[in-house]
Design a protein around this ligand. Structure first.
Ligand code: 2GW
Ligand code: MN
Length: 295
C-alpha cells in the first residue's frame, strides 16, 4: 500500500536543479566546487521550474528598502519593472520599508500580488541605513513572512528588471555573483581584511553582491541574524567592515555555502564593457546618483 501511495503521489520533492544542463554554457563556470549550480541563461527550462513551483505552491516575499531620497529616485522603477519580470504568475508580496509611507505611489499589481509598507526610521549615516536592513529583514521574517511565504528575496532598490527573473532563481540559500568580480582573481576581491572586524576574511570562494540574496525564509533569517549580530559587535569595537553589510554577507556565505548562485545576468552593470558572457540582462543597476543622493 505504501508503494502504491508513493507511485500515485506527485513527486514534489525531487531536486529541481537535477535537470540543469551544465554543459550548455562552456565558456563560464556553471557549478561551484561544492556542486551548487550557477544559473546562466540556456542552462534551464523555465517552464519546468514554473510548473514544479506551482505544484509546490511556492510563494515569494520581496524586501526592498526605500529610505529618504531613494524612494522617489528608485522605488517606482523597481516595482513597475518587477511586475513585468519577477516571478510572474506566482503569489508575490513586496515589503517596502520606508520612512515616508505617504510618498509611496500606488502602482497596479497583477492578481495574487500585494504590496505592504513598513515604516522605519531614517538613520543619519547611509552606512547604517544599509546595514540596519539586516535587523529589519530578520524581524519581518520572524513576525510575518515565515507563516505565508516559502521563499524571500531581498533587493537593493536601485535596480531595474529587464528580463525574466523567475522561479529558476529560487533555492534554499541563494547568492548573487558580483558583476564586477566574477572574472577577477580572488586576490582582487574586496573582502574585509581588517582582523578587528567580524567580517574579516583571508580567503573565500567568490565575491557576492549584497544587492540580491534570497532563499527559504528560515535560511534568510539565519543569514540576516548572522550579519546583524556581527555588525553590532563591530560597532561595540568601533570598527566598520569595508563594504558594510556586504562584507558580512560575504563572510556568511563563506562559512555557510549557498545552495545556488545567480550569474551576473541577474544583476548586471551597464558600465561594464565586456558583455560576452551576458546572454540576457535580467536586472540592471540603476545609474548611481551619488552627488545628489549621498549627502
Ligand atoms: C545609501 C548610500 C548612500 C546614500 C543613501 C543610501 C541609501 C540606501 C538611502 O538613502 N536610502 C535607502 O533606502 N538605501 C537602501 O540601501 C536602498 O535599498 C539601497 O539600494 C540600499 C543600499 O544602498 P546603495 O544601493 O546606495 O548601495 P550600493 O549600490 O553601493 O550597494 C552595495 O553596497 C552596500 C553597502 O555599502 C550594500 O551592501 C548593498 O546591498 C550593495 O549592493
Ligand atoms: Mn545598490
Amino acid at each position: 500500500n505504501l508503494l502504491v501511495a508513493s507511485e500515485t503521489t506527485p513527486r514534489l520533492f525531487t531536486n529541481l536543479d537535477e535537470t540543469l544542463n551544465y554543459g550548455s554554457r562552456p565558456a563560464v563556470q556553471t557549478r561551484t566546487s561544492w556542486n551548487a549550480p550557477i544559473m546562466w541563461e540556456l542552462m534551464f527550462d523555465a517552464n519546468f521550474y514554473d510548473q514544479k513551483h506551482h505544484e509546490l505552491n511556492t510563494s515569494v516575499a520581496v524586501t526592498v528598502f526605500a529610505v529618504g531620497r531613494y524612494l522617489e529616485a528608485y522605488l517606482n522603477t523597481f516595482l513597475i519593472s518587477a511586475e513585468k519580470h519577477f516571478m510572474l504568475g506566482f503569489p508575490v508580496t513586496y515589503y517596502v520599508f520606508t520612512d515616508l509611507p505617504g510618498n509611496v505611489t500606488k502602482i497596479t499589481l497583477a492578481p495574487q500580488r500585494k504590496l505592504k509598507i513598513i515604516q522605519v526610521e531614517r538613520y543619519s549615516r547611509w552606512q547604517d541605513i544599509s546595514m540596519m536592513r539586516m535587523k529589519l529583514i530578520s524581524e519581518v521574517i520572524e513576525k510575518e513572512l515565515r507563516y505565508s511565504f516559502s521563499h524571500v528575496f531581498c533587493f537593493d532598490v536601485d535596480q531595474e528588471f529587464k528580463g525574466r527573473f523567475g522561479s529558476e532563481a529560487l533555492g534554499d540559500s541563494v547568492a548573487m555573483l558580483h558583476a564586477h568580480f566574477y572574472k577577477l582573481p580572488k586576490n582582487r576581491f574586496t573582502y574585509d581584511r581588517n582582523p578587528k572586524s567580524k567580517a574579516y576574511m583571508s580567503e573565500g570562494d567568490y565575491y557576492y553582491h549584497a544587492a540580491i540574496f534570497g532563499g527559504k525564509c528560515q535560511n534568510v533569517k539565519t543569514l540576516a541574524d548572522f550579519c546583524y549580530l556581527n555588525i553590532m559587535e563591530d560597532k561595540m569595537n568601533n570598527v566598520e567592515a569595508l563594504w558594510h553589510d556586504e562584507s558580512h554577507l560575504n563572510k556568511y556565505f563563506w562559512l555557510h555555502k549557498p545552495t545556488k548562485l545567480l550569474s551576473p545576468e541577474y544583476c548586471w552593470d551597464m558600465l561594464i564593457g565586456d558583455t560576452s558572457d551576458i546572454l540576457i540582462k535580467r536586472v540592471l543597476w540603476a545609474p548611481k546618483q551619488y552627488e545628489k543622493l549621498r549627502i
